[in-house]
Design a protein around this ligand. Sequence first.
Ligand code: NDP
Length: 356
Amino acid sequence: FTRIVLNSRPVGDIEPQTFRPEQVSFASLKQKLGDNDVFVQVTWLSLDPAMRGWLRDVRSYLPPVQIGEVMRASGLGIVIAKGKKSKLPIGQLVTGTVGMTLSALFLISTNFESLYHSGWTEYAVLPEKHVTPINVPKGIQDIDFLNNIGMAGFTAYFGLKDVGNLRPGETLVVSGAAGAVGSLVCQLGKSMGAKVYAIAGSKDKCSWLVDEIGVDAAFNYKQKGWEEDFKKQVGYLDVYFDNVGGDILDFCLTRLKKDARIVLCGAISAYNSAKPKGLQNYLTLIAMRAKIQGFIVFDYENRYPEAVQVISKGLIDGSIKRKFHIVEGLEKAPEALPLLFSGGNTGKLVVKVADP
Ligand code: NDP
């Protein structure tokens, strides 16, 4: 079977030589199946902007993926064999963590012992205690567990509610708005009674945001002069949910109301830069007594069930809309990951590895 390993660290953009596929014998992996392990066939993998960060050899919230190691990824899989002491039934759909204190919902490999058994691979051996069985309720798809009721959803929910502290009647601005996190932030913002303005990178994305997602207006930041339209239509903002950093953050810093909050969720415009450029307008934070706060979704782990409950309800009753950009085949993962940086995806980018 195939797995994909990190071949070389990119300096800027991800390149063709960044990853390389490896063939592994099924038997050699099966030999590693311990009494308390499960043997999982991976069905879906999530592609996330954070993966670019995991390729950097710097101190962060997770250790970097090492050269020669299987690329770390969150995913879904099915138990196809199990150790003597494992209680999970064959055929069970699972998500899992490996070697992490966070019992997050992902097939993330974080230690050397387990790295070769998860991530960008067709099969994985995982300790049973690190996998979570999931039963997909009616009205929900399995891949929603990689999106709105997975990391992207929790990020949107806690970022907006706890970090942004959004209140009814306020003005919310969301960048990266047509992506996985952004499109849910927009919808949660509307349901919390805010005026919601979206920023995204194409005309089609802006139309989708207005027509389907229900924002009050959307701005295409690739169109010259968009800032002037924004100033006219939005005026000033109470909460800026920032997924992109860079020039858009700098512009939004000039649009703060008094006591505004900036939710520093991500800065995708800087992920491929060796040396991101600094902000010019941060002094408005002082003038406006505003706050800018970074956060990591894993910090809210013990409250994931709360988010699952709220968001699942919206998925089941149809009030929460979502879009998937599906790429077929594990071998396509390396060329699909850069879509996140070129804006090639609308909604959640996932790789279908095998039929469930
Ligand atoms: P998305 O589905 O939003 O995909 C990324 C999008 O970013 C692209 O579609 C593209 O859309 C936009 N983009 C890419 N480059 C630029 C650029 N230079 N300037 C402006 N926009 C750009 O990804 P996710 O929803 O998975 O993630 C969104 C953000 O949330 C990321 O920054 C990610 O790192 C962050 N995140 C943070 C977490 C946390 O715990 N803090 C957890 C999970 C995610 P467009 O066409 O509009 O340019």
